[in-house]
Design a protein around this ligand. Sequence first.
Ligand SMILES: NC(=O)c1ccc[n+]([C@@H]2O[C@H](COP(=O)([O-])OP(=O)(O)OC[C@H]3O[C@@H](n4cnc5c(N)ncnc54)[C@H](OP(=O)(O)O)[C@@H]3O)[C@@H](O)[C@H]2O)c1
Length: 305
Amino acid sequence: MKTIKLGSSTLEVPVVAVGCMRINSLDKNGAERFVQTSLELGANFFDHADIYGGGACEEIFADAIHMNSDIRENIILQSKCGIRQGMFDFSKEHILNSVDGILKRLKTDYLDVLLLHRPDALVEPEEVAEAFDQLESSGKVRHFGVSNQNPMQIQLLKKAVKQPIVANQLQLSITNATMISSGINVNMENASAVNRDGSVLDFCRLNDITIQPWSPFQYGFFEGVFLGNDKFPELNQKIDEIAAKYGVSNTTIAIAWLLRHPANMQPVIGTMNIERLKDCVKASEITLTREEWYEIYRAAGNILP
Ligand SMILES: NC(=O)c1ccc[n+]([C@@H]2O[C@H](COP(=O)([O-])OP(=O)(O)OC[C@H]3O[C@@H](n4cnc5c(N)ncnc54)[C@H](OP(=O)(O)O)[C@@H]3O)[C@@H](O)[C@H]2O)c1
């Protein structure tokens, strides 16, 4: 699989990340086969969060991969913290405790990447900085990033945090592409011009922060998969037509659309189906033309001014 450098770091990562939020839907054998197949495909970057399955997803993963020091060296582990029941918490104490819990559940002594999961309104950048310094100097975390943050929130963190922010995990799919459409419709009176994220796409490109699109197959907020969905006839017709041209599945084309963007994104896929996993990985071999990229964009109902 093709690789990219994660943000401004030297960490080489596969362009497709395997999200483990749904791994608790598999039984023991299923989880083992899924993780094994990921490794065989070169998909050795795994995305976690302390809240997935209430911590169970990290444990299921560690068991499924039979975590030991040899395996650990050959995989890249990312997890997230900062979401608590009824609140968000970027306090030093919570970040440090969360990482200890994550490491224990993943049966490892370090994370390659830690992301702050969702912005905490009560964030104090100095506290985050202290937590990151401690995690870095103890060797518990090697790289740091954020999720669902806009440019000003990242700038605020950077006021105190000295480590580079290497990734920003954001919701992005063909049917949920406001960060792209607002850039295309700048200053127009139409609804697509509404800039909901402070131009996060351009900010991340300017600052060498890798965007990790989450839920690349969902429309709305976990409302369902747009592929093969009657709600999106024109989009599916276009994707199927392009998929037939390349001799691949519609799943491959949905990921290839994200990978075609020059921001060098790293989509985080959520499938637990081995055939779909293979289809997602295959996207790294396909480069859509400019025409195809815009055709898919428009077929999803996105407008050009
Ligand atoms: N940072 C954040 O705030 C945040 C939020 C949500 C998720 N995430 C991360 O992003 C990852 C992906 O999220 P997600 O699971 O919502 O993403 P997704 O890849 O858009 O959705 C995967 C789900 O769609 C189903 N699906 C049905 N048809 C499919 C098709 N043709 N192709 C692919 N999937 C199909 C899958 O079922 P099958 O298993 O049967 O294929 C699976 O249940 C998570 O695992 C997590 O790591 C991050």
